[in-house]
Design a protein around this ligand. Structure first.
Ligand code: FAD
Ligand code: NAI
Length: 475
């Protein structure tokens, strides 16, 4: 007889593994199926995020930032180093160790929470007697039965037409995280999150980096004032970003890559580089799921079609994370996973899409929550803005990193916080206060009246809130 579960989760990325843990916590007999293999063919749960996304990219961002500091900024602190050498193999091995710690951590959490883990591909076999038969194809093949199914199969990198990823010359995020030697010249197509993060890593390690972006505006989703400040900082660092280009052709051979494109003035150009990262977005992944066997509906983007509560068109089948609509972020996937497990238990799981933070882990970091100034203008909403520069913050001066600012946007009448935007040191950490504030529908004045530790970067947040009412104390 096949093994039978209350809940089977297909996909063990942040959406799937967190959904499985929460379902088990709620008392369901739960299984999670994930097919990711480590270099030895063993299980490597954690999905894109753990294996080729959030975690390894942040490991390399940290290592390369240390290089940048040692080479260019330690001297400002009176620390003179000469002949700083980078052991790239060791740096990449450290990144792999960090990834493995996270893989192992998830396997431990499955054990701790009594989630049954299957290493292999999960696919629908049939819907039968009010349940679903799921085929698991791993080292062995077996069929298990599920009352509820949560699909969390993630996303894959989008390739440029005619330029398939070979991970040698034309790299997705996967290849971009394991280039064996620092390229002399690195091309990047797409100045989105991956392009900027991975471009920063390899620039800090010594590559000349040229980023080609189709849109005429830089980081269009980011508040314009913040994007401008970031663009200035990236330019100063030597990151070359060309906007408004149209890629014509990409040719790769053993020596390098040639990208033919039209620049924003209509001129024909060729970018020759040693390697090319293509980071032009990601596509939802339903490969091998065999949704057709049960009539699973996809939307016109190829994502699994879901309602606001992550219900698919099939009874008791749910979908979360990158494979459904909404931002492709690990924490969004996690929140949906938790909410779905709670809904299965009859609770009222909830995800507030208005308070999902975004972070770009460049230097300076960029982080935001809520609406941008351009969105408020377009919506005709009356608002007040307040900004405070890190150059006026004592802790930032002590750190030696005074780039950027905190910006508050609040309703003109009620003072409710509508958006907070940060470019500068530790923006990724600072944004949490704004998320909490917005979740509790705080006003800018609420933040302005709260005691913030001195000296801390968070004082810039308080001051930006004070700036909404034009009463900063330190600027
Ligand atoms: P995934 O993490 O993609 O996991 C899906 C899992 O399902 C995979 O393990 C896959 O092998 C498995 N799977 C698929 N089909 C099957 C099947 N049929 N059977 C069994 N297993 C299957 N987000 C952030 O919030 N912060 C960041 O800093 C960040 N950095 C990123 C950096 C890079 C370079 C990239 C590429 C992405 C980054 N992201 C970041 C995005 C983040 O990785 C994704 O939003 C997140 O991983 C989505 O989680 P998920 O669970 O939906 O899917
Ligand atoms: P992205 O959507 O962030 O950026 C893609 C960029 O490529 C856009 O600026 C787009 O205009 C441009 N583009 C698209 N087609 C193009 C073309 N033909 N020629 C030139 N430019 C083109 O996508 P990216 O960077 O691939 O990342 C995918 C997703 O992964 C992100 O949207 C994000 O959800 C997630 N991610 C999150 C991170 C974080 O939270 N820190 C880090 C990295 C990825």
């Amino acid at each position: 007889m096949s093994k039978s579960f209350d809940v089977v989760v297909i996909g063990g990325g942040p959406g799937g593994y967190i959904a499985a843990i929460r379902a088990a916590q709620l008392g369901f007999n739960t299984a999670c199926i994930d097919e990711w293999k480590n270099s030895k063919g063993g299980p490597a749960p954690g999905g894109t995020c753990t294996n080729v996304g959030c975690i390894p990219s942040k490991a390399l961002l940290q290592s390369s930032e240390h290089v940048e500091q040692a080479q260019h900024h330690f001297a400002d602190h009176g620390i003179n180093l000469s002949g700083v050498q980078v052991d790239l193999a060791k740096m990449l091995a450290r990144k792999d160790t960090v990834v493995k710690q996270n893989n192992d951590g998830i396997l431990y959490l499955f054990k701790k929470n009594k989630v049954t883990f299957f290493h292999g591909r999960g696919s629908f076999a049939a819907a039968k007697d009010g349940a679903y038969e799921i085929r698991v194809a791993g080292a062995a093949e077996e069929t298990i039965t599920a009352k509820h199914v949560i699909l969390a199969t993630g996303s894959n990198p989008r390739a440029l037409p005619g330029a398939a990823f070979d991970e040698e010359r034309i790299l997705s995020n996967d290849g971009a995280l394991r280039i064996g030697g620092v390229p002399k010249k690195l091309g990047v197509i797409g100045s989105g999150v991956i392009g900027l993060e991975m471009g920063s890593v390899w620039r800090r390690l010594g590559a000349e980096v040229v980023v080609l972006e189709a849109l005429p505006t830089f980081l269009g989703a980011v508040d314009e004032q913040i994007a401008k400040e970031a663009a200035r900082a990236f330019k100063k660092q030597g990151l070359k970003i060309e906007l408004g280009v149209k890629i014509a052709e990409v040719k790769a051979n053993a020596d390098g890559v040639a990208v033919s494109y039209t620049d924003s003035n209509g001129g024909a150009q060729i970018l020759e580089c040693d390697r090319l990262i293509v980071s032009i977005g990601r596509v939802p992944n339903t490969i091998g799921l065999n949704g057709e066997a049960v009539g699973l509906k996809l939307d016109d983007r190829g994502a699994i079609a879901v309602d606001d509560d992550c219900r698919t068109n099939l009874p008791n089948v749910w979908a979360v994370g990158d494979v459904v609509r909404g931002p492709m972020l690990a924490h969004k996937a996690e929140e949906e996973g938790v909410a779905v497990a709670e809904r299965i238990a009859g609770q009222h799981g909830h995800v507030n899409f208005n308070t999902i933070p975004w972070v770009i882990y460049t230097s300076p970091e960029i982080a935001w929550v809520g609406q941008t100034e351009q969105q408020l203008k377009a919506a005709g909403r009356a608002y007040k803005a307040g900004t405070f520069p890190f150059s006026a913050n004592g802790r930032a001066r002590a750190l030696g990193d005074t780039t950027g600012m905190v910006k508050f946007l609040a309703d003109a009448k009620t003072d409710e916080i509508l958006g907070v935007h940060i470019v500068g040191p530790y923006a990724s950490e600072l944004i949490s206060e704004a998320v909490v504030a917005m979740e509790f529908k705080a006003s800018a004045e609420d933040i302005a009246r709260i005691c913030h530790a001195h000296p801390s970067l968070s004082e810039a947040t308080k001051e930006a809130a004070l700036a909404v009412d034009k009463r900063t104390l330190n600027f």
